[in-house]
Design a protein around this ligand. Structure first.
Ligand SMILES: [Zn+2]
Ligand SMILES: [Zn+2]
Length: 235
């Protein structure tokens, strides 16, 4: 809440007098149910890092949460691609300090630490895993508290806007560099994607590949039709 600071009875400044912040929240399951609310600022515990959000991208996942076609755990603040400045770090945090400019790996906000995958470090496969912005509070707000293993310092050559796109870029890099075998001169087809397509496009162009995006309102599972259209365009 903002309270006026007055001079001769006239408000000259509004100062925050409690620890509330604006947040875009999915308040309950179902279509829509997104609301801009005042909620308490998160508290930074001994292992936590409190980040002031500077930039946050809109991912396809956020659209799916709006349409209720992606699992979320309301009430939850949405948004997960973000960069910001560290304003507080818990006493057990070793390598991140207030003032650091950081970006965040959102997908391992909570894991069980007990299953076969967690014990081997493959947290992504934990069946109880929850991500920032769907399973725990995310970045369409002013402050987020995360754990140290999720935080990466942003090199000075990278702007905060660019840093907010590190997560979708990482998806594109993994798809092209690690999970597939594309080479310069190959045609690459991306369909029904958003930020990820833009990063794929940039990345494949850098690598000498040519990328086209196909979008079909009728849904994801039109790969056959997609291939036909693509062939018609480029064969
Ligand atoms: Zn995303
Ligand atoms: Zn697990």
């Amino acid at each position: 809440m903002l309270a006026p600071i007055r001079m001769n009875g006239t408000p000259i400044l509004y100062k925050r007098v409690d620890l509330e912040m604006k947040a875009l929240m999915k308040t309950k399951p179902g279509f829509g149910n997104l609301h801009l609310l005042d909620i308490p600022e998160p508290v930074c515990d001994a292992t936590g890092i409190k980040i002031k959000v500077r930039y946050s991208g809109i991912c396809g996942t956020d659209m799916h949460i709006y349409h209720d076609s992606y699992k979320s755990y309301p009430p939850v603040v949405i948004g997960h691609e973000f960069s910001g400045e560290v304003v507080e770090s818990g006493k057990n945090v070793k390598n991140i300090n207030p003032g650091d400019i950081v970006m965040v790996l959102p997908s391992i906000a909570w894991t069980c630490k007990n299953c076969m995958y967690c014990k081997q470090g493959y947290y992504m496969f934990c069946s109880e895993r929850r991500s920032i912005g769907s399973g725990v509070n995310g970045s369409f707000t002013e402050y987020v508290v995360v754990n140290e293993e999720m935080v990466y310092k942003v090199p000075s050559a990278i702007s905060l806007q660019e840093a907010a796109l590190a997560e979708p870029l990482a998806c594109a890099v993994q798809a092209i560099e690690e999970l597939t075998e594309f080479h310069a001169g190959d045609w690459v087809l991306a369909f029904r994607t958003r930020t990820n397509w833009l990063t794929l496009f940039e990345f494949t162009s850098e690598k000498g590949m040519q990328c086209n995006c196909y979008r079909d309102k009728s849904g994801f599972n039109k790969a056959e039709n997609c291939q036909r259209t693509w062939s018609a365009y480029y064969s």
